[in-house]
Ligand binder design. Structure first.
Ligand code: F0G
Length: 460
């Protein structure tokens, strides 16, 4: 396979994208209150705001969609999805949901208890929101290297710090921890993987103390590929052998299928605990739909059943991880500070090191998002002062440790030529980085943890 270094697919359907002028983009940015979420997608040239729900489906997936069985109860499409998910997760009980956050809601409703801790490596926003509504206390115990964007090249920066976990158990008592959630890969700090050794170590501590372990598995196959290529003892194992081992250490798994499901919509809730699964079925009936569709159409379940298999293909995963690294390497060549090593679903640029003159309360990463759109029509997302900032009881701001701009790479969608445009533009912005000033937050919604979706800014 020596010369076969290109994409492991060819393109059959194309979706045109629009080229625009800098003047047009400046006007659209101003109209959008300098918030990339409020831009119209048609005015974006390369859209890297998320890798969620943006995958290109394969011929097999489109063909499968035609077989969708839309029966309310017991449709054929559900049984295909169930079989496919069982094969990848090694968990028997499968409840579909309309997307990941619905599975998060069900999971939080079952496991979270008022005043008790929900420990994670780094919780994703939608679980955190659900946990807070239910009165639980979400805490992030990612290893210190996971928060070090400058020097550490730890291969598994998504690992959960077992010392911090043990300390909390010793200080508060195991009965004060209602659940431990391992997110694979860890989205908030760079799409960083969690090692098998860490998953196992966390589950051993949890089992000893009777604390349930849940895995938030939106990017499960990317995590498995990193285990295969970075962790000793896994090079000769298949991706599915690795995913099944990963999930053998948890009681329950949730999944946003919009990432490694290679589909545009969908979610899953799986549990080997029969009582938990029965509760999940009840919650699904009330909030999602009957047990055998949970808010998904039959055709979407067909596409997901196929997508879960395709994502475990090693040739696909090699292409996927290498494409993200390709962008990371291009940026590094230009001296741009990124989180290293590059993770599974995007390249994260360190906003503070990029714009050292802009303090965190003037939103350096958000400024970079705007600069990148202004220069090249490329839309990235801020994961920093705006998205992760919070407030203390008196309303004083608490600034997050991580301050990044995520350039998410959609699956099977863009070529390396698109990534070259991003690298060129960011390189030029970096050359004139001293000219940029910060931003002022002029509008935020009532829920701080969700403010980035609707915030309004002005340029300083
Ligand atoms: N868990 C993780 C780790 C996620 O990254 C996401 C979504 C969810 C749960 C929620 O799933 O969107 O299907 O409801 N992440 C997207 C992102 C939105 O851009 O990172 P959902």
């Amino acid at each position: 396979m020596k010369y076969m270094t290109a994409e492991p697919f060819r393109i059959k359907v194309v979706e045109p994208v629009k080229k625009t002028t800098k003047e047009e983009r400046q006007a659209w940015l101003q109209e959008a209150g300098y918030n990339a979420f409020k831009l119209k997608a048609e005015n974006v040239y390369v859209d890297c705001i998320t890798d969620s729900g943006t995958s290109a489906m394969s011929t097999e997936q489109w063909a499968a969609m035609m077989l969708g069985d839309e029966s309310y109860a017991g449709c054929k499409s559900f049984y295909k999805l169930e079989e496919s998910a069982r094969d990848v997760f090694g968990i028997k009980n499968v409840q579909p949901t309309h997307q990941g956050r619905a599975a998060d809601y069900i999971m939080a409703s079952i496991y979270c208890e008022k005043g008790k801790y929900a420990v994670g490596n780094m919780h994703f926003d939608t679980f955190r929101g659900n946990a807070e509504v239910l009165g639980a206390i979400p805490v992030d115990f990612v290893i210190d290297e996971g928060l070090d964007t400058a020097s550490s090249e730890h291969p598994f920066k998504g690992n959960l710090d077992t010392n911090k976990l043990q300390k909390l158990i010793d200080e508060k008592g195991a009965d004060q921890i209602c659940v431990i959630i391992i997110t694979v890969t860890c989205n908030n700090n760079g799409g960083q993987p969690v090692s098998m050794a860490n998953i196992k170590a966390v589950s051993e501590i949890a089992n000893k103390h009777g604390i349930p372990v849940v895995m938030d598995s939106a990017r499960l196959a990317e995590n498995a590929y990193f285990i295969k290529t970075r962790e000793e003892g896994y090079a000769d194992k298949s991706i599915k052998e690795i995913t099944r081992e990963m999930f053998s250490y948890c009681e329950t798994a949730t999944m946003s299928s919009k990432k490694d499901g290679l589909v545009n919509i969908g979610g899953l809730f799986l549990s080997r605990n029969e009582d938990v699964f029965l509760q999940a079925n009840q919650l699904a009936i009330v909030h999602e739909g009957f047990i055998t569709y949970g808010g998904m159409s039959g055709r979407d379940m067909e596409a997901l059943a196929v997508g879960l298999q395709e994502v475990c293909d090693e040739q696909y995963l090699e292409y996927r991880v290498k494409q993200v690294k390709y962008l990371g390497d291009k940026l590094k060549e230009k001296g741009i500070p990124i989180v290293e090593p590059t993770g599974g679903h995007g390249v994260y640029v360190d906003g503070r090191r990029f714009f050292p003159q802009i303090p965190q309360n003037e939103f350096p990463s958000q400024r970079l998002v705007c600069a990148l759109y202004e220069e090249a029509g490329v839309r990235a997302v801020e994961l920093g002062a705006c998205a992760f900032g919070s407030k203390d009881a008196d309303g004083n701001p608490i600034w997050p440790e991580l301050e990044t701009m995520r350039i998410s790479v959609s699956r099977r969608v863009y070529t390396n030529n698109h990534l070259d445009c991003i690298a060129e533009a960011l390189g030029d912005i970096y050359k004139k980085r001293d000219e940029y000033k910060g931003m002022k937050l002029v509008y935020e919604g009532p829920i701080t943890s969700l403010r980035h979706f609707t915030a309004g800014f002005e340029l300083l």
